[in-house]
Write a protein that binds this ligand. Structure first.
Ligand code: ADP
Ligand code: ZN
Length: 344
């Protein structure tokens, strides 16, 4: 078993690899726990959940990250009789982790929680870092809080049942971790690029472990995103705007956003032409780009609504070299100007 630790002023959170997800159950039995999951996970794994622990299953998908779902879960927890000593175990992908983390953080002013992270996207990114948020009127994660889970379990055996398209969403965030912070991981991804598919999960354990180490080290240094944590937004400024315009999956949108950010890093004179070409070729070869063409003018118009905007600018994440990122405050108008000139 391998372990990565996220330290924050309030808590120590551990992410565990190479152990069966079911080993978690001894931590939660007999202490007034509840499992929060979605219907897909419940259908596939529910029979293996510990007997006697109540299960609340939500509809799969982003729409469940809503106030009405939270209200429904809270009223179920009250009728089950969960008290302040209770424990919330989220079993699922990013959506379930967000919901479970949010509910646990506010229920009776906060109970402890942990995750069994079942999708590649949530294993490499969403379940580590302590961000818990839900959506209101189409604004993503607009209410939420920082609060670390006690533990996160990443069991790659669970990825066998993950739909292939979801696998590629996770690959995109895995590549992000390598691009911003780890040239060695990037070289590994390049060497495996033709073979990375959901049909063969053998290389994935080590890749996920390294991506989580990167994220944990960034979050430990800056839990609340006042500085270095911003580099985790690589590809997300352009990506989020495209995601909102076209309602495309997050990983695909981020892949497109990373491609644009690589070209921007080149045009601002940070990345060499050769590196920019190599990285663009890698993104194209990984099968992670959106399957529809993106109108850059439409996306450029959307940038001004970015949630992370600070005044007239955004702390944009550039690559200085493959495996090294930094941020610079760029005006909204300069971002839009670059984007309008950007051709794939
Ligand atoms: P994310 O990509 O952020 O993890 P979700 O939580 O919505 O987003 O998960 C994506 C989809 O994959 C959902 O429909 C969820 O039910 C499904 N899913 C997650 N993990 C697994 C798994 N191990 N096996 C089968 N389906 C899964
Ligand atoms: Zn993301």
């Amino acid at each position: 078993m391998r372990r990565v630790v996220v330290e924050s002023p309030a808590t120590v959170s551990e992410v565990l690899f190479g152990c069966s997800w079911q080993t978690t159950f001894e931590r939660i039995e007999g202490r007034g726990s509840v499992i929060i999951t979605d219907h897909n996970i419940d259908r596939i794994y529910g029979a293996l959940f510990p007997k006697g622990v109540p299960v609340i299953a939500v509809k799969p998908g982003e729409e469940s990250k809503s106030i009405s779902t939270i209200e429904d879960i809270v009223s179920q927890m009250v009728s089950i009789g969960i008290d302040r000593e209770g424990f919330v175990l989220g079993i699922g992908g990013g959506v379930v982790c967000d919901i479970a983390g949010f509910v646990a953080s506010v229920y009776m002013r906060g109970v402890e929680f942990g995750f069994i992270s079942t999708s590649l996207l949530s294993q490499v990114d969403a379940s580590t870092g302590g961000k818990n948020g839900i959506n209101v009127s189409g604004s993503k994660n607009v209410i939420g809080l920082f609060n670390q889970p006690r533990f996160v379990i990443c069991d790659s055996a669970m990825l066998k049942t993950l739909p292939e398209s979801e696998y590629f969403q996770g690959l995109s965030e895995l590549l992000k971790a390598a691009l911003i912070a780890d040239r060695e991981l990037l070289e590994t991804i390049i060497s495996l690029s033709g073979q990375l598919s959901s049909a063969d999960l053998s290389p994935i354990d080590d890749l996920v472990f390294r991506a989580v180490e990167i994220k944990a080290s960034v979050v430990t240094r800056d839990e609340r995103e006042h500085g270095v944590r911003r580099i985790l937004n690589f590809g997300h400024t352009f990506g989020h705007a495209a995601e909102l315009c076209y309602n495309i999956p997050h990983g695909n949108a981020v892949a497109w956003g990373m491609l644009a950010a690589i070209k921007f890093s080149r045009s601002e004179g940070y990345l060499s032409g050769e590196d920019s070409e190599t990285l663009a070729g890698l993104i194209e070869s990984l099968n992670i780009l959106p399957d529809k063409s993106i109108d850059v003018d439409r996306v450029a118009d959307r940038i001004q609504y970015d949630k992370k905007r600070s005044g007239e600018g955004i702390h944009f994440v550039f690559l200085r070299s493959p495996g090294e990122a930094f941020t610079r405050l760029v005006s909204i108008s300069d971002l839009a100007l670059f984007l309008r000139s950007f051709k794939l």
